[in-house]
Design a protein around this ligand. Sequence first.
Ligand SMILES: O=C([O-])CC(=O)C(=O)O
Ligand code: NI
Length: 222
Amino acid sequence: MPASQDILSALQEYTTCDVSDALCSLGFPHGGFLPGLKLWSPEPQQGSTKIIGPAYTVKYVPVDDPAPKHASHYIDSVPEGAIIFISSPKTPNAVYGGLMSTRAQASRAAGTIVDGRFRDLQEQRALNYPVFARDVGTAPPYGAVKVVGVNVPIQLQSDGQELTINPGDCLVGDLNGVVVLPQDQVKKALPLMAKQGEADAKMAVAIKEGMPFTEASRKFRI
Ligand SMILES: O=C([O-])CC(=O)C(=O)O
Ligand code: NI
């Protein structure tokens, strides 16, 4: 079951780093971090963008892949509050653009994360719609890639670790980047975030008052 509204509001208080701290404590060595995805829109100076929501996944593959093309357009069935997570094969083409964001915004999606390239950066920023991506591009997706799955498990494009994003997993994105909080870890992670957040806040106060880091860590961290 995707995270409830209560859980999503509870998560609003925390940064991606808080989520990763909790996941590291729960035995995920990289804290759910999805390397290489950065905030492009709104402009980072425009404010402290943070998005949280269940993943609505979209899988693109090269156009010559034998898998059949998805029957309907993914952008017309985005649930309210969802984060669109788009997986693209390595290609110079952009798999996402301003019209997609315009439609996503009309559906009240929380934001879009593209594991690949997107375009229409000016338009994205003018919409003030949150977009995280690996990179920008200019060419359209048509002719290079096609969608073969919606709400299917996705593997992050990555040279090292295997990272899977399952539909309904909680995605959190902010200035630091993007983190995936698996659905079955949310209930365990939240109390840890509260505890660790409190400890870090106390440490910051003590350090500002002159306490060495090691002493503050020993005093306030569990
Ligand atoms: O047309 C597309 O699919 C990609 C694009 O540029 C847009 O969404 O504006
Ligand atoms: Ni466009």
